[in-house]
Ligand binder design. Structure first.
Ligand code: FES
Length: 154
């Protein structure tokens, strides 16, 4: 284990229950992220060694799925929907405005650790497109400038 942090025991126990097999990779990564909030190099290496899966494959899976994050989340989270209805209604412009105003790109956290920006395929509120959530609260018919101002004020 990378350290004597008790959370590694939780991950290891889960791994053992899954048979410590390479095909348990995604579930084990879920467990590690649940335990630590994100997947750092130690976690990826530990999973790779324990399941005998090449590090490149573990890294590939961890970066392919949007659910996984390699950095700690910020104090606040904004999710911008990039599904079809939101895309047509300006999701790209919203992301560009957030990048310009707050210097953060999707799947990143601002340098001050205040805000993590994520994207989603559909937040289930297409009639309100474009849609974003701020700390879990749904914002419909979002305007770029209003959202940037709201996020800057967090
Ligand atoms: S596409 Fe954005 S909420 Fe459905």
């Amino acid at each position: 284990m990378p350290s004597d942090d008790k959370r590694w025991r939780i991950v290891e126990t889960r791994m053992r229950r899954l048979g410590s097999r390479p095909d348990a990779l995604i579930e084990v990564l879920h467990s590690a992220q649940e335990a630590f909030g994100f997947l750092d190099d130690d976690a990826l290496r530990f999973v790779s060694d324990s399941l005998r899966v090449p590090p490149s494959k573990v890294f590939g899976v961890a970066t392919f799925y949007h659910h996984f994050t390699l950095k700690p989340h910020g104090e606040h989270t904004c999710v911008v929907c990039t599904g079809t209805a939101c895309y047509i209604n300006g999701a790209d412009e919203i992301l560009s405005s957030i990048k310009a105003g707050l210097d953060v790109k999707p799947r990143e956290t601002t340098a001050d650790g205040k805000l993590s920006l994520l994207t989603a395929r559909c937040l289930g509120a297409c009639s309100l497109a474009p849609v974003a959530t701020v700390d879990g609260a749904v914002e419909g018919r979002v305007s770029s400038s209003d959202l940037v101002a709201k996020l800057a004020g967090l």
